[in-house]
Design a protein. Structure first.
Length: 180
């Protein structure tokens, strides 16, 4: 599924594209995940975030909090050092990042039309957020090694069956930005 290095598979406009990273929280990254370890997903996501920030593209960090609970479980914040000034942090209370949040409004006010996804779990928070984004008209890109699920089969079903119907599945090396 990867394109040769000399011919990028897709070129993104940094002014109209956001990186959306779902549930990269200590208590989730530390779970047993497949086919990539949580720490490997985190490393891939951090590399993507660095490249997006360097291009002036928006980084969106979505994390979950339990509704109606005053004190969240330990590890409920984003992994330390992940967020940077200028990033958009969204707190969700459902599986997906759009329901009950102002994510769509905040993306539209910035002129964002394309979303590049990573996070945990591939078939839950990432896929739910992506399906809502697709319904809202965003162009979708999924970075395979920047996601993991509780089983390899769940991850593969999303990456091989569902995501190609919603957008484009790539590896991190396939993500390039258009030159201004």
């Amino acid at each position: 599924m990867t394109a040769p290095d000399t011919e990028p598979r897709l070129a993104l406009d940094p002014a109209r594209t956001a990186l959306v990273l779902v549930d990269l929280m200590d208590r989730i990254v530390g779970l047993p995940l497949e086919p990539h370890k949580g720490t490997d997903v985190l490393a891939a996501a951090e590399d993507l975030a660095r490249s997006f920030r360097a291009e002036g593209a928006l980084v969106v960090l979505i994390r979950v909090e339990r509704s109606g609970v005053a004190e969240q479980p330990p590890g409920s914040g984003l992994v330390a050092g992940l967020a940077r000034e200028g990033d958009l942090e969204i707190v969700k209370r459902t599986i997906g990042g759009f329901q009950g949040t102002d994510l769509d409004e905040r993306l539209r006010e910035r002129g964002i039309t394309a979303l590049v996804f990573g996070g945990i779990a591939t078939n839950l928070g990432v896929e739910s957020t992506a399906r809502a984004a697709g319904d809202l008209g965003y162009d979708l890109v999924f970075v395979e090694e920047a996601m993991a699920a509780f089983t390899a089969a769940e991850h593969e079903a999303s990456v091989r069956l569902d995501f190609p119907r919603l957008g484009t599945v790539v590896t991190a090396r396939d993500v390039h930005f258009t030159q201004a």
